[in-house]
Design a protein around this ligand. Structure first.
Ligand code: ATP
Ligand code: MG
Length: 461
């Protein structure tokens, strides 16, 4: 690690009109290491709420103030998620109004950015719309929640890190640990990224209640978010079946419009569509959209995962996203497979204008069917895949509680009940199973219940 000479805290800044303001931020522990490091690629990792994003935002901000004309990119996987989280911290806790930094919305080729009076710019963006942000060069890149990204995306970003207004160029990935073989962990293990460890004691604002809530998380989520370990999920129901490298695939695998989450999502409209629904209000309501290819393989291509909304509001959202009957709209689903709740089903039917069918609910044969669909079949390909970035909107209240926010995140949290009177593999703990229940209903219907599918025909109703 090389070291900067600047002291990053209580730093007086000359204002355009001669006065000075004092920046109130003191970095501790890992945050201090972050400030002292000029290596090209940094992984700022640690459990939840240790001050990783805050420290990286401060570093970017202070660098922009110090080096006139510098350019940093602040990004998350999607611009929507950036605006809802990291950008709020930047605006409310880092930017001082007296600095005269102004926000400019995206215009023409120019991406949305914050302009500093000294000519520096903080460009903001999401990897979901890489066009504008990838056509620019930067001195610094800050990718928050970088575990959401792929190695290809990271390497593409590194080619943009060559704007020489700062004496060093740096990309910072902020992340909570994930599974040990995650590319970020492997890149840091291989020495291509410098690992900076951020810990709870580094954040003076962390409360005992917050730590107790993290301590109360179960299994691998506790290991990652409380202890900060790159931990593998153990004792999970789909441990031997789910493999993100095999079952979570780029949208372009089957989509002609991989950036489009609306309508048919660019997927062959002759493939039959299915909706699988698990009801919930305090627990998430989940709706999965699936397309079935000519080999009977199921592809999940869109997902709603939301708490605290009425069924009728979910129905309106399902219609809005599906765009049934519109140009490039989704073909009407052949089946809407639902959890059994009679009242919720009736409401959903009324608001969707579609019949629903009750799911095949038996748990153990359903789990076996999902597990076998996730594993490679005779042709070496799985019969069940999820397209990356299928989630339409991240539920902020679930994210705040560090609960799973999508079916993909449930795979690591859905575990067997290990109470003494149960054998392993007998019954799962009924937690973190909302998306996986919907997935099980879908797979049970298509793979356990015998039926025929005709391609290119009208739906049966
Ligand atoms: N050195 C500090 N001084 C004062 N407040 C701090 C400091 N570090 C962090 N905080 C406070 O803690 C809050 C949470 O920090 P931050 O969002 O950076 O955590 P994080 O590690 O990125 O969390 P997550 O793992 O959830 O992404 C910040 O918004 C800020 O208010
Ligand atoms: Mg953060």
């Amino acid at each position: 690690m090389s070291t900067t000479t600047a002291t990053p805290h209580a730093m007086p800044h000359a204002m355009p009109h001669g006065e000075t303001i004092t920046i109130q931020y003191t970095p501790y522990g890992g945050a201090r290491d972050l400030f002292g490091c000029r290596d090209r690629e940094l992984l700022m990792e640690g459990p939840a709420g240790t001050g990783k994003s805050f420290a990286a935002l401060w570093k970017a901000h202070l660098a922009l103030l110090k080096y006139p004309g510098a350019r940093w990119l602040l990004l998350r996987k999607t611009l929507v998620s950036l605006k809802a989280s990291t950008l709020v911290t930047y605006r409310e806790k880092v930017l001082h109004p007296a600095l005269g930094v102004r926000f400019w919305a995206a215009k023409g080729d120019e991406p949305a950015h914050y302009a500093y009076p000294n000519g520096s710019k903080l460009i903001i963006g999401g990897m979901d719309k890489p066009g504008k942000i990838m056509s620019t060069e930067y001195d610094g890149v800050l990718w928050d929640e970088a575990t959401d990204g792929t190695l290809d995306e990271w390497e593409a970003l590194m080619t943009r890190l060559r704007y020489a207004r700062m004496p060093y160029q740096q990309a910072i990935a902020c992340a909570n640990p994930s599974y040990p073989a995650h590319w970020l962990n492997e890149r840091a293990n291989s020495g291509r990224m410098t690992r900076v460890l951020s810990r709870h004691e580094d954040n003076p604002a962390v409360t005992p209640e917050y730590l107790a809530a993290l301590d109360n998380l179960s299994g691998v989520r506790r290991a990652r978010l409380y202890l900060g370990m790159w931990a593998a999920a153990e004792g999970t129901v789909y441990e031997d079946a789910w493999d993100a490298a095999r079952n979570l695939v780029p949208r372009a695998t089957i989509s002609k419009r991989p950036d489009d989450l609306y309508g048919d999502c660019g997927i062959d409209p002759s493939w039959p569509r299915y909706l699988a629904v698990d009801f919930g209000y305090n627990n998430p309501f989940v709706c999965l959209w699936a397309a079935e290819d000519r080999d009977g393989r199921l592809w999940i291509y869109r997902e709603l995962y939301q708490t605290k909304r009425l069924v009728e509001d979910h129905a309106a959202e399902i219609k809005r996203l599906s765009r049934w009957g519109a140009l490039n709209g989704d073909p009407l689903p052949r089946l809407v497979i639902c959890d059994h709740d009679a009242e919720d089903r009736a409401t959903l039917e009324r608001h969707l204008g579609l019949y629903t069918m009750p799911a095949h609910k038996s748990v153990s044969d359903g789990i076996q069917a999902v597990a076998s669909a996730l594993r490679p079949s005779g042709d070496d390909k799985p019969r069940l895949c999820i397209l990356r970035d299928s989630l339409c909107e991240r539920d902020a209240s679930l994210a705040d509680k560090h609960a799973p926010c999508s079916v993909v995140e449930e795979f690591d949290a859905y575990v067997w009940d290990r109470r003494a009177n149960l054998k392993r593999g007998e019954a799962p703990v009924k937690e973190h199973d909302h998306g996986l229940d919907a997935l099980r209903y879908l797979v049970a219907e298509r793979m356990l219940v015998p039926s025929e599918v005709t391609y290119g025909s009208e739906p049966w109703y």
